[in-house]
Design a protein around this ligand. Structure first.
Ligand SMILES: NC(=O)C1=CN([C@@H]2O[C@H](COP(=O)(O)OP(=O)(O)OC[C@H]3O[C@@H](n4cnc5c(N)ncnc54)[C@H](OP(=O)(O)O)[C@@H]3O)[C@@H](O)[C@H]2O)C=CC1
Ligand SMILES: Cc1cn([C@H]2C[C@H](O)[C@@H](COP(=O)(O)OP(=O)(O)O[C@H]3O[C@@H](C)C(=O)[C@@H](O)[C@H]3O)O2)c(=O)[nH]c1=O
Length: 297
């Protein structure tokens, strides 16, 4: 298949590009500031999502079978810092991709987040549960879901995912990379013992996205996550243990404000029983981590 991938230089986009190339698909990778590092790409094209005209022209010229959207201003602090750009990348871009993919008859897969929920539920969140984002990042991602489902009514996939583990292309993005860098910079990070997450590896989510790219019969709004829920403090302790670092290099803390949802555990039905790809536990996610120099060092 001809796949057009946005956000190919990011943590998830890089993992998806590698998986899709391995499966023999033709991947055209879009990026903004950082050229993608995956090998075997058909083409890499610099394209700022805040300039929609160029993207439309590219889609019409390239006419992909599948469009996978991994581009975003991808965390709450960044969205708060650049709200206008976040609206363009997190909301206007998915809307445009939904409109163009409908016109092309292409399959659209859009990545969303567990942070569309308020974190107050007693039970794991189902994909039919009422969202209630507690920060601007979650609000932009929820708006994007609605844009995709409205403008691509045919057979879109919106996949909500949790915080991702994994080795990022430039070695600065993911949980263990940020944690170890802070410790190496002499900090003693405070990790929240009252913030529960269901982390998953970028490689496992990439496999799910790839399977869904190929399974046009499966479409709609789905949840995917790891098989374990743990606190951010527990995640930190397990990462330190994995790398043989002293456990007292971090300290336990409680969340200071309600903009950080407490418990975002997701219910993975119905998709978990329909896919060959299975959720991975935290140990398997740790095993993937290597403290390598950034790929483009
Ligand atoms: N990582 C996580 O823990 C989680 C991520 N998600 C979601 O998963 C998806 C991927 O996230 P993740 O891989 O972490 O993101 P990253 O922050 O690692 O990468 C973001 C990507 O978006 C691209 N991008 C940013 N701004 C623009 C722009 N103006 N024009 C074009 N491209 C742009 C970046 O390109 P460049 O760097 O080249 O500028 C990069 O490729 C996002 O939708 C995110 O919301 C959801 C839950 C958790
Ligand atoms: C988890 C955590 C964060 N922080 C601080 C560090 C940082 O300044 C800020 C944000 O934390 P993080 O960088 O982990 O980002 P976070 O706000 O947890 O967002 C995460 O969730 C999903 C939605 C994503 O999209 C990911 O990109 C990931 O950034 O909070 C603590 O002080 N203690 C903690 O335990």
């Amino acid at each position: 298949m001809k796949i057009l991938l946005t956000g190919a230089s990011g943590l998830l986009g890089h993992a998806y590009a590698q998986a899709a190339v391995r499966r023999g698909h033709s991947v055209t990778a879009l990026y903004n500031q950082h050229p993608p590092l995956a090998s075997g790409l058909e083409r890499s094209i610099q394209l700022d999502a805040s300039q929609p005209e160029a993207l439309t022209a590219l889609c019409l010229e390239h006419w992909p079978d599948v469009i996978v959207n991994c581009a975003a201003i991808s965390n709450p602090a960044s969205v708060d810092a650049v709200p206008r750009l976040a609206e363009q990348v997190n909301v206007a871009l998915p809307r445009l991709l939904a409109q163009v993919s409908t016109h092309l008859g292409a399959r659209l897969l859009h990545v969303s987040t567990d942070m569309v929920f308020d974190g107050l539920a007693e039970e794991p969140y189902r994909s039919t549960d009422m969202p209630g984002p507690t920060n601007l990042y979650g609000q932009t991602k929820l708006m994007a879901e609605r844009e995709v489902l409205e403008h691509n009514p045919e057979d879109p996939v919106v996949l909500r995912i949790p915080i991702l583990m994994g080795n990022s292309p430039r070695g600065q993005r993911s949980v263990h990379e940020k944690l170890i860098a802070a410790i190496q910079a002499g900090e003693r990070p405070k990790l929240y013992c009252d913030e529960m997450r269901q982390p998953c590896s970028a490689s496992n989510v990439a496999e799910v996205l790839l399977e869904l790219s190929e399974r046009r019969d499966l479409h709609g709004l789905f949840h995917w996550a790891g098989s374990e829920t743990l606190s951010r403090f527990e995640m930190g302790q397990r990462i330190l243990k994995h790398f043989g670092l002293p456990l007292d290099a971090v300290e336990s803390a409680c969340r200071e404000d309600e903009s950080r949802p407490a418990n975002l555990t997701l219910n993975l039905h119905p998709i978990v029983s329909k896919l060959k790809t299975k959720p991975v536990d935290f140990e398997a996610q740790l095993e993937e981590l290597t403290r390598v120099e950034p790929l483009n060092a």
